[in-house]
Design a protein around this ligand. Structure first.
Ligand code: COA
Length: 300
């Protein structure tokens, strides 16, 4: 039986153990086990508003599992990684980590909780149900090959300028994503953190202006740590005043052309399964669903 310890901040030794666990899980599952937001919380341990939970079968054993709980402006987000050797049909390590993390939420006053699971199966539905969570949103990861062989006029864009474009980008992006639980609440601190990431490339962060004002943007990201590298349409948003006028299509095309020019052979993106305009757009540009990430939710 694994014991679980709560971490309010992650020291060097913990970080090494967690990274080794993530590597083992990634090799077994062929996907990145902890979402980017969580990973940034960990790597930048100065951030507050999160707790980590490590499960160990013995004092000196490698980690059996890790749960990461972070508090957003409107809800809590939870992700759980279990060592492949500690996954048995009972999924006891996973269930215990989730239960302890939910107890922490309760202790901190409660709220809405999302547990994100990549490539969910029946066993995930069952564990979530035992912990009092039910199925919420499905996020689709869609992919298509590059280069984009499509006759489509180039939409004029310019690269993002650090130190100058933050305010207008946040304003347009947050309005475009006003009804989106995670993307609609970006603040300057979050954006500046992303700008410090090694993958940040202003040349692949494309802005389109109309009447001298930002009308939409397509922010791309190259995952050079994946072999072969993947190119992501990371954030795309069109000012609501301009939606439905062809900017979204022009911006995705511009982003895909940029990724193709970087030598990337596959493009991917994440889209909420209920975002019909975006799904229609991506489908018409040849994207197909690679896999699903699911949120299990509860109000505590
Ligand atoms: C998704 C988004 C980027 C599309 O941009 P847009 O400028 O409105 O889209 P376009 O005018 O270029 O339309 C492109 C295609 O999208 C689809 N589309 C656009 N609006 C639609 C709507 N209201 N309903 C259904 N499909 C729609 C259509 O397939 C359309 O192609 P068509 O014009 O040939 O029919 C934009 O709606 C947006 O910023 N939404 C909020 C942020 C967001 O959801 N981003 C995507 C997250 S993955």
């Amino acid at each position: 039986m694994a014991t679980i310890e709560v971490k309010r901040s992650v020291g060097e030794e913990d970080l090494v153990g967690i990274m080794e666990l993530l590597d083992r899980a990634r090799a077994a599952d062929a996907h990145r086990p902890l979402g980017e937001h969580k990973w940034l919380d960990l790597a930048q341990s100065r951030r507050t508003g999160y707790a980590g939970f490590v499960a160990r079968a013995g004092a000196r054993s490698p980690l059996a599992g890790y749960a990461h709980l972070s508090r957003g402006s409107q809800s809590w987000a939870l992700e759980v990684v279990v060592d492949p050797e500690h996954r048995d049909p009972s999924e006891a390590v996973r269930e215990n980590l989730i239960s302890v993390a939910l107890e922490e939420v309760r202790h901190e006053g409660g709220g809405h909780v999302h547990l994100w699971v990549a490539k969910p199966g029946d066993v995930d539905d069952a564990v979530a149900a035992r912990c009092g969570l039910h199925r919420g949103r499905d996020l689709l990861q869609m992919r298509r090959t590059l280069p984009l062989e499509l006759e489509y006029p180039d939409l004029p864009t310019r690269p993002f300028v650090r130190g100058a474009d933050e305010e207008c980008w946040l304003e347009v992006n947050n309005r475009a994503f006003a009804s989106h639980p995670e993307q609609g609440g970006w603040d300057l601190g979050t954006l500046l953190e992303r700008e410090e990431e090694p993958w940040f490339d202003p040349l692949g962060f494309l802005l389109h202006e109309a009447d001298g004002k930002l009308a939409g943007s397509c922010w791309t990201k190259v995952h050079a740590d994946i072999d072969p590298p993947l190119g992501e349409i990371y954030v795309i948003s069109v000012d609501p005043a301009f939606q439905g006028t062809g900017l979204g299509r022009g911006l995705v095309v511009a982003g895909l052309r940029y990724l193709g020019s970087c030598g990337v052979g596959t493009a991917m993106l994440y889209v909420d399964s209920t975002n019909s305009p975006a799904l229609a757009l991506y489908g018409s540009l040849g994207f197909t669903v690679d896999h699903v990430d699911r949120a299990y939710v509860a109000d505590i």
